[in-house]
Design a binder for this molecule. Sequence first.
Ligand code: SF4
Length: 316
Amino acid sequence: MNTIYYKYSDYLKNQYGEKVYKLPINLPVTCPNRDGILGNNGCSFCADIATGFESLDNQLTVKEQLSKNMDYMGKRYKANKFIAYFQNYTNTYLPLSDFKKYIKEALVENIVEISISTRPDSINEDYLKFLYEIKKTSNVNISIELGLQSINHKTLKKINRGHTLAEYIDAVLMIKKYDFEICTHLILNLPFDDEDDIIEAAKILSSLKITGVKLHSLYIPKNSMMANEFLNNELNLISLDDYKKRVIRFLRYLSKDIVIHRLLGRAPKEDTLFCNWNTSWWKIKDDIEFTMQEKNYKQGDLCNYLNGKALKNING
Ligand code: SF4
């Protein structure tokens, strides 16, 4: 077990007793921030393929996508158990009957978990009740990934998210009633956020006791709204050194029980105008881990504000 922070790979081994690999599934769905309900252009950082640079064609059935990916990833990463990861766009933004059909298709041999990525304003109890039945009857775990990106409601407006922090909190409380795992996506270097926002994000996620967090460094896809702002020099992007400091600060304030799925985003160079300061993601990750090790920092070592402790640790 990594003692600096709670790595997702350690969590998976604890949970399933062996290596488990996540297989992306690409459904023919959209997002209310793209189909005109909330907006047509999406979040300002979002490419029109949403997040799935590694996804297969959405014309393939769920079973076909799983089978192809299992074959390829299973051999490549020597994994025998898998998570069916409904990754692209907003996977609960479709009729309930279609949602049920797609989820049932994913219940194939060696799938131990179904992970559903969605927006906080696009999930409701009908979908959760169905998933609860699936968990009870088929013995697969259910996890929900919620895009939040920033806890600053003014930033959420600036990046055109179409929801606020309140909808996120509401979704977390609703999902918790079903005891599903919750992973939250955050971008730690949005141009409008400062270090206080990052610390507050760690505090909010810790107080909500979510299961995991996926950290992203902002990348700017060529076909996103943010691409224009970037080309017009309208974005004030922090340096790589400052990004590393933010990640470390975030981890130190975050509860040690929250699983860290990743420390930064990744995207193909040819599709982006800006990504990871032209530095490989693993080098940045190694640097962050090295600094934490060297300075004896640990995830949660500044998490001294829960359960009535905040006042006593006012200088913490
Ligand atoms: S990031 Fe997600 S919520 Fe935003 S436009 Fe893209 S698919 Fe929709």
